[in-house]
Write a protein that binds this ligand. Structure first.
Ligand code: ADP
Ligand code: MG
Length: 214
């Protein structure tokens, strides 16, 4: 029987796994950001997620809103770059949407991810094709919702989200950046992967890893 809910232990494991993936890809994310930005995306994400995991180790969260609100606030306060407030808002909205629960079903979790993306858009005004994290997040959520609507389990929906995020990430290569630092380069931003779309794909890789086999 496919798992249909995600509990606080798995939600916490998701953040830990994201921290591991960000740490392991720190150099790569920075290399991507050195081509079209200021070479700090790996350091930014690594510092932020390390701080998040340290706080969760000190005081484990018992509810989704506590887990994600602390995550969001920690990212906002420890990451100086654009990605801190953007990921911070994403997680804060996730917490608000889920509320004081210890587990969520696939629909509630999908609605929370959607609220997170809406927060990113409110904050950063990115649209499809602007060459930002939006270009990985938005297709991932489309795929997730489609999978859930088609009767997939949460784990299957997470896997579909990962594949769509990776495709969206890869599709940022030819794009000319219209938001963030990379937009200062104009046409010269084309021909490179977007760092934020790459870290956003790691977020779904982390979810897929956490739920794999369920
Ligand atoms: P900074 O650009 O301030 O150095 P980072 O290097 O940590 O911050 O993050 C850069 C990433 O942030 C970009 O690759 C892009 O995906 C994302 N980003 C930048 N501006 C926006 C925005 N307005 N909306 C969505 N994502 C954005
Ligand atoms: Mg940067």
């Amino acid at each position: 029987m496919a798992e249909t809910t995600i509990g606080i232990a798995e939600l916490t494991a998701w953040l830990r796994r994201f921290r591991e993936l960000v740490g392991g890809n720190r150099g790569y994310l920075t290399e991507l950001d050195s081509a079209i930005g200021d070479a700090d995306h790996g350091a930014n994400m690594d510092r932020g997620m390390a701080a998040v995991v340290a706080k969760l180790e000190e005081t484990p969260a018992e509810t989704a809103d506590d887990l994600f609100k602390r995550t969001g606030m920690t990212l906002v306060s420890t990451v100086g770059g654009a990605s801190g407030p953007l990921y911070g808002t994403f997680f804060l909205r996730l917490g608000t949407s889920l509320g004081a629960v210890a587990e969520a079903d696939a629909t509630a979790f999908g609605a929370a991810l959607r609220a997170g993306l809406e927060g990113v858009v409110q904050r950063g005004k990115a649209e499809a094709g602007d060459k930002t994290m939006y270009d990985a997040l938005a297709p991932a959520l489309e795929a997730y919702d489609g999978a859930v609507a088609g009767g997939s389990s949460l784990a299957e929906a997470a896997h579909a989200a990962l594949e769509a995020a990776a495709a969206g990430r890869d599709a940022t290569v030819p794009l000319v950046a219209r938001k963030g630092r990379a937009s200062y380069l104009g046409e010269r931003s084309a021909g490179h992967l977007d760092p934020g779309a790459t870290s956003a794909t790691l977020l779904f890789q982390a979810l897929d890893d956490t739920l794999a086999g369920k």
